[in-house]
Ligand binder design. Structure first.
Ligand code: PGA
Length: 247
């Protein structure tokens, strides 16, 4: 099954207007053919960046959304608002959201449903902590997170999974290639029980992906792209990862 590689930048809480627009424009100007590129800036920049890269090969996404379309939820943003601002994707259940904001699998599932209601593609993040890996629980943790976070009526076309070991995020550490391979195979197998057309779901790897390790990670059969934090903040690094996906 041919799945189009997706290289997604998660800018996290980084980026003010002029620099963010310049970064997105640089990414758009250097986008290689044959790879789908996505930038997920802070919510304050979604509309500006969507306008700046309109007509290019780069799509724009949010980093979170609320489960409801509107209402009395001070400080939150709905999926409909992201779509209205020009987003086509939203990252959901990132480990920083799960840790900093106590997001549960059930909350991530509700947000995923909200994303689909608004016509967005949902990037659902899962990943084990170091303690869970050391206890030999990685695959069972991933299975539980998937089962809890992916809606029961899921269909493949608007679902992306990001496997991000919590201990690999922002640390410079990555699992071995065999460990990534085993995790992605397991995720694909579990998706087969949860989603019709699971073969079409893209499974991204995230956690300290950078130009020097991207090619070997992206060459793994069930790795269909990357979710990149730190290295997405420099256009040259992000584009080098995209180029590695093609080679
Ligand atoms: P990192 O972050 O690439 O800086 O490790 C990845 C992520 O958290 O999505």
């Amino acid at each position: 099954m041919a799945r189009r590689t997706l290289i997604a930048g998660n800018w996290k809480m980084n980026g003010l207007g002029a620099d963010g627009v310049a970064l997105a424009k640089d990414v758009a100007a250097g986008a290689p053919a044959g790879v789908e590129l996505l930038v997920c800036p802070p919510a304050t920049l979604v509309a500006r960046i969507a306008a700046a890269v309109a007509g290019s090969a780069v799509a724009v996404g949010g980093q979170d959304c609320h489960g409801k379309a509107s209402g009395a939820h001070t400080g939150d943003i709905s999926a409909e608002m992201l779509a209205d601002a020009g987003a086509h994707y939203v990252i959901l259940g990132h480990s920083e959201r799960r840790t900093d904001h106590g997001e549960t699998d059930a909350a991530v599932r509700a947000k995923t449903e909200a994303a689909w209601r608004a016509g967005l593609n949902a990037i659902v993040c899962i990943g084990e902590t170091l303690a869970e890996r050391d206890a030999g629980r990685t695959l069972s943790v991933l299975e539980a997170q998937l089962t809890g976070s992916v809606p029961s009526d899921a269909s493949a076309d608007r679902l992306v999974i990001a496997y991000e070991p919590v201990w690999a995020i922002g640390t410079g550490k990555t699992p071995t290639l065999d460990e990534v391979d085993a995790a992605h195979r397991h995720i694909r197998a579990v998706l087969g029980r949860l989603v019709s057309g699971a073969d079409a779901v893209r499974i991204l790897y995230g956690g300290s992906m950078k130009p020097s390790n991207a090619a070997e990670l992206l060459a793994i059969a069930d790795v269909d792209g990357g979710l990149i934090g730190g290295a997405s903040l420099k256009a040259a690094d992000f584009l080098a990862i995209a180029a590695a996906a093609r080679s």
